[in-house]
Design a protein around this ligand. Structure first.
Ligand SMILES: [Zn+2]
Length: 303
């Protein structure tokens, strides 16, 4: 009789302690801050329900020129991991971490990616590093591996899960790349030409043999001159460009002007530096890439 009681008691104590540890896990996911929306999505892909992600520059926000709020500083200070793109994309993010007194781990998601130089612009003596490496899906394989390694460092218990998630996603990225390559390869190189309002697709262009013509340089705040626009219109006619694309956050007025003056079909939105809101066409990185692929291929195939 005594033994049975003892056994029961032990079992229930175990059950209680098991319950507590489950609750502790569920109640305290790892707090991660990502500098902008695309990284926020990637962290969630790799971390799953073990992480709680706070994104600083959110959907449709310009992460080049972002002004963090005191609430953002507080989020960074409370984080176990801070994930940034690097390649000088978001200098405000590292500044924010410093001023907030953040002492935790930082992942530079683009680490190990072969950086591409942007063409030197008028007035610039030297070429600059292009920060938009995520526009090549094969680079994002490296991104998610870096994120998995960073998460494992602060949460070793989840290392196997993070690695599994990253590798499953890497396979999706490679499948998407093969599909995109086949679709662009089916279009004559002379038709693989695109005008965009912000020079953010260099990595995509390099990967799939697309010529990108931009009225602006890499910075989203510069206004092109009338002379530059006239020059571009001559170029559009000479190159027989059929479609122009407006980026979600950039200068739609300029592009509609170009469409009007050069008689183009235009005004379709591509997403480059930010995801859309959940109700939009690009609420995740994969959806963004599929959306852009569909729009680009359709635009190039116009007669
Ligand atoms: Zn950009």
């Amino acid at each position: 009789m005594k033994r049975t009681l003892l056994k029961l008691f032990t079992l229930s104590a175990l059950a209680v302690s098991g319950l507590f540890s489950t609750q502790a896990n569920a109640a305290e996911p790892l707090s991660v801050v990502a500098s902008f929306s695309i990284l926020g999505d990637l962290v969630l892909v790799v971390g799953g329900d073990r992480v709680k992600v706070t994104t600083l520059a959110g959907p449709d926000a310009d992460a080049h020129e972002f002004t963090p709020s005191p609430a953002h500083a507080k989020a960074v200070l409370g984080a176990k991991l801070f994930v940034v793109n690097g390649l000088s994309f978001e200098p405000w993010a590292q500044k924010l971490a410093r001023s907030a007194g953040y002492k935790g781990e930082t992942v530079v998601a683009s680490k190990g990616v072969q950086p591409r130089q942007m063409a030197a612009e008028a007035g610039h003596a030297h070429a600059e590093t292009d920060p938009h490496a995520w526009q090549n899906p094969l680079s994002v394989v490296q991104y998610v591996r870096n994120i998995a390694a960073g998460l494992a460092k602060v949460d070793p218990g989840g290392a196997a899960i993070y690695q599994t998630n990253a590798e499953a996603y890497a396979k999706q990225l490679k499948d998407f790349d093969a599909q995109a390559k086949a679709q662009f390869d089916a279009i004559a190189p002379a038709k693989r030409k695109v005008i965009t309002s912000h020079d953010a697709f260099g990595y995509l262009a390099a990967r799939y043999g697309i010529t990108m013509l931009a009225p602006e340089g890499v910075s989203t705040d510069s206004e092109p001159s009338a002379k530059h626009v006239a020059q571009l219109i001559r170029q559009i006619k000479r190159e027989k460009i059929k479609a122009v694309f407006v980026e979600a956050m950039s200068n739609p007025k300029l592009i509609s002007q170009l469409s009007k003056d050069a008689g183009l079909n235009g005004g379709v939105t591509l997403y480059s530096d930010a995801l859309s809101e959940a109700s939009g066409p690009a609420p995740t990185y994969m959806k963004m890439m599929r959306h852009n692929l569909t729009q680009l291929v359709a635009g190039m195939q116009q007669n």
